[in-house]
Design a binder for this molecule. Structure first.
Ligand SMILES: [Zn+2]
Ligand SMILES: [Zn+2]
Length: 342
């Protein structure tokens, strides 16, 4: 069977890999049917990045169950979202709703990850999913799951950066510093769907600005200013140090500033500014699994149109060529074998 390998900037290829087998009763074997790139993957392909070395690529996919261990609560043909973090589901951290910090798997354990390549990738013919009961989320029948492929990571990340904060401060104004790609745009869509007041989206990329406008933002084409205004909720999804500092300086007293990260080096932060006003700052790789159902409910109710973020849809087999040009969000698809979902 094939796995997609990232070899270095703009270079990808299918490589043969051993067929995965069920190793534990709760394992499942899945066949990805709609897989896409995370913003980090695109950044790696465009290069340079600290991960500029060969690795199996891809950690976002909707997949079909092709085999389930006796302890896995899934049936053949079921369509599921594969959460990108590897987590057990029962340790004290998973039990606290933080599977991204699972005590049984070391830092960074994930599919298609340049920092842990034990678990294969989701641009593959078959994938073994450990702890399937904790990691797989069934997709409702009839769903147009092509545009939902990012539910593994970037879509729930956009949810996490906005919706829980809007539940604390309903109707708040939101600033989103774009640049990383899709997470910023999903964040715009979730902020609009969750009842934000004004949503300002700052970026220099015209196509992304247009998508953000369609998703409900006031798009502002400019390089990051020193400060953009005053917002209860700010999101840095820029991969740019100046944009991160702008988000921090634009956060109102006791407001929430979240960064999706991908700042690959140390970044100087305006700590005195943050201290004087009292800023709540969070960064991390995203909780993933706990927000998949919540984000999917927004998509299923058509409160957010994820198709606006999809750059293109292409045959699964064409992944190496399609992804070499690093489109923001290409979805690679193929028909399910066992399922009648479509
Ligand atoms: Zn990711
Ligand atoms: Zn765990």
């Amino acid at each position: 069977m094939r796995q997609l390998w990232f070899l270095g900037a703009d270079a990808l290829e299918w490589r043969d890999a051993p067929e995965p087998r069920i190793l534990h009763p709760e394992d499942a074997i899945v066949r990805p049917i709609a897989a896409t790139t995370c913003d980090l993957d695109v950044r790696m392909i465009r290069g340079p990045s600290p991960f500029d070395r060969p690795c199996a690529l891809g950690h976002e996919a909707i997949a079909e169950i092709v085999e389930a261990g006796p302890g896995a609560r899934f049936h053949i043909g079921q369509i599921v979202v594969v959460s990108w973090h590897i987590s057990c589901g029962y340790c004290h951290r998973c039990g606290r709703g933080k599977p991204n910090t699972c005590a049984h798997y070391p830092r960074g354990a994930a599919f298609g990850s340049p920092v842990s390549d034990t678990f294969g990738c989701l641009f593959a013919d078959l994938v073994r999913v450990p702890h399937a009961n904790a990691s797989l989320v069934p997709v409702p029948p009839g769903a147009d799951f092509v545009h939902w492929a990012s539910l593994s990571d970037n879509i729930p990340f956009g949810y996490e950066m906005t919706v829980p904060h809007l539940q604390i401060t309903p109707g708040a104004d939101v600033l989103i510093m774009g640049g990383c790609g899709s997470v910023a745009l999903y964040a715009v869509g979730f902020a609009r769907a969750a009842g934000a007041g004004r949503i300002d989206y700052i970026d220099t990329d015209r196509p992304r600005l247009e998508i953000a406008q369609k998703l409900g933002a006031n798009s502002i084409e400019q390089a990051p200013p020193r400060r953009a205004g005053s917002y209860a909720i700010t999101v840095d999804a820029s991969m740019d140090a100046d944009a991160l500092r702008c988000a921090i300086r634009s956060t109102e007293p006791e407001g929430q500033c979240s960064s999706v990260g991908c700042h690959f080096g140390d970044v100087e932060m305006p700590m005195m500014d943050m201290y004087i006003r009292g800023i709540h700052f969070y960064t991390g790789r995203g909780q993933g699994r706990p927000n998949i159902e919540k984000a999917m409910a927004y998509l299923d109710a058509k409160r957010l149109d994820a198709s606006l973020v999809t750059s293109m849809v292409a045959p699964f087999d064409d992944a190496p060529d399609v992804l070499a040009s690093a489109p923001m969000k290409a979805v690679l698809i193929r028909e399910p074998i066992h399922s009648s979902y479509r």
